[in-house]
Design a protein around this ligand. Structure first.
Ligand code: PLP
Length: 382
């Protein structure tokens, strides 16, 4: 192979289907540019239908959805929030901003998601110490669902609500059930790098219709039902615009295809490197059907002679974007003092960070793009 890619190969760029513009035109024609509007209502219905939930609320970001879930779960200053260490900061930050004390949980090697064993230890310690558990945030990393059959009963036993962070896993299934259908609340992200996008946006989901109505009220400045602007409490400006919801509606129709395409990208990398000594892939347990939002590999430098960062730099030199696996929250300066529960005495998330690399995984990668990336990775391997 060799050479430099003329066009940049991105990690996970937006992938438009063409119909988005028709929805946007419709909004323009009706002057439903803002605020809210018929596309927002329809997009909420369609996301509720996809997830099998009864309630959905379209918001300006996944982070806004996480923030509302923290408020609606009743998180108060000092409550403990249990979150996998290996995630993106937005899984946890809104809870901490609500006053929660973060408790960081290691990953299990089987799924890279929150370790039920480490979580049980943390919940048991909290009970012994008389601390109130506020919520468990279950994140579906890189599209891979959590092992909900173990997490949900455990949390039920300790009386702690589960919030499913499905920001990366829209289109995935856990034992045939859609991602985003678990826990008291769940949320999707439509950020530009996710499997489908509205350019920026999020969706809060729940089967608790009352809670969704309360979230709706809070997300639009908490206006009392009065002829003038009257506020008995303080809200937020978190709603999604009608234009962006139109983009989302067209994108959602493409979701099954996008999952297929992302899984096909994974398959290509897998065929290229599954036999390479020192290279392994994020596993997919039998209960998981992942959307393979990002293909993540583990590189063992003792066997390959190169580290994940060296591969990243080599890819960058030929105009290909890749990224280390999320830096765990227990290694983040912002969460320096937080308690961390390892999995069976190990630091699995730390190991995954040290050796993990996410390869370009966009659903719009061409066969040539994928071959180019594979060749560039081969060039740095012995
Ligand atoms: C993207 C993401 C979020 C936040 O979503 P935004 O729409 O970007 O605010 C939350 N959690 C995880 C795991 C994410 O990947």
């Amino acid at each position: 192979m060799g050479g430099i890619s003329e066009k940049r190969v991105y990690l996970s760029p937006p992938h438009l289907g063409g119909e988005e513009i028709e929805y946007v035109k419709e909004a323009f024609a009706a002057n439903w540019v803002a605020p809210l509007g018929p596309h927002v209502e329809a997009f909420e219905r369609e996301c509720a239908l996809h997830s099998g939930r009864t309630g959905a609320l379209a918001l300006s970001s996944g982070t806004a959805a996480a923030a509302l879930s923290a408020i609606l779960a009743g998180i108060k200053p000092g409550d403990l929030c249990f979150c996998p260490s290996l995630t993106f900061v937005a899984s946890l930050a809104p809870f901490v901003q609500s006053g929660a004390v973060p408790v960081l949980i290691d990953s299990e090697p089987e799924s890279w998601n929150i370790s039920p064993k480490a979580l049980e230890e943390a919940l048991s310690d909290a009970e012994k110490n008389g601390r109130k558990p506020g919520a468990v945030i279950a994140v579906n990393l890189y599209g891979q669902p959590c092992d909900m059959d173990r997490i949900l009963p455990l949390c039920e036993r300790y009386g702690v609500p589960v919030i499913e962070d499905a920001a990366e896993s829209l289109g995935s299934c856990y034992r045939g059930r859609p991602s985003g259908s678990f826990g008291k609340f769940s949320f999707y992200s439509f950020n530009g790098n996710k499997i489908i996008t509205t350019s920026g946006g999020g969706m809060l989901l729940s089967d608790d219709a009352e809670a969704i109505e309360r979230a709706r009220f809070l997300s639009a400045q908490a206006r009392d039902p009065a002829p003038w602007y009257q506020h008995s409490e303080l809200g937020y400006n978190f709603r999604m615009s009608n234009i962006l919801a139109g983009i989302g509606r067209a994108q959602l129709k493409l979701l099954p295809l996008r999952v297929k395409e992302r899984r096909a990208v994974f398959r290509r990398y897998y065929e290229a490197f599954s036999e390479t000594p020192g290279v392994s892939f994020m596993p997919e347990p039998g209960w998981s059907q992942s959307n393979r939002w990002l293909t993540a590999i583990i590189v063992d430098p003792e066997k390959t002679g190169v580290g994940s960062i060296e591969i990243m730099k080599a890819l960058e030199a030929v105009n290909v974007e890749s990224r280390p696996v999320w830096k765990p929250m227990h290694l983040q300066p912002a969460f320096g003092g937080a308690k961390y529960y390892g999995h069976e005495g190990r630091d699995v998330s730390g190991e995954l960070f040290a050796k993990g690399l996410c390869l370009p995984s966009g659903s719009n990668m061409t066969d040539d793009d994928i071959s180019f990336v594979i060749g560039a990775v081969r060039d740095v391997l012995p």
